[in-house]
Design a protein around this ligand. Structure first.
Ligand code: ZN
Length: 128
């Protein structure tokens, strides 16, 4: 089995590894991080065993089945350049793309470099 691609979610909690087998079929293996984003410990999710004709089909199917991958594929700002933003109140940023205000300690909203609602990459310039 050869790994052809490896995608980790922006929040560091999930991962999908795309593989090509010796018989030419493709598949993906999904993992869950049982530790934290800084030092991940990946546990394979055995519910996802897959066999597809091509890498493109494997990615399409994985995106349909893995909620985090679908969410990230649907982000309107996922491919945008990073934008600098300052904290208008310590710990709070207003997303320069979608305009939502969010708390930096909220792991469902902030992935360390991305707003997890719209996918915009943000450079946190702190509070001034
Ligand atoms: Zn946003």
């Amino acid at each position: 089995m050869n790994t052809v691609d490896d995608i980790v979610s922006a929040d560091g909690r999930f991962r999908a590894e795309f593989v090509r087998r010796e018989d030419g079929t493709h598949g993906y293996v999904s993992f869950i991080n049982t530790n934290n984003a800084a030092s991940p410990v990946w546990k394979q999710d055995w519910r996802d065993v897959s066999r597809f004709e091509s890498r493109d089909i494997a990615l399409f199917e994985a995106t349909g089945r893995l909620a985090w991958l679908k969410k990230e594929a649907d982000w309107p700002a996922k491919d945008h350049e990073p934008i600098a933003a300052s904290q208008y109140t310590p710990g709070w940023i207003k997303c320069p793309f979608c305009g939502l205000r969010f708390y930096l300690a909220d792991p469902d909203r902030w992935g360390g470099s991305r707003h997890l609602t719209c996918g915009q990459r943000i450079i946190d310039t702190g509070h001034s």
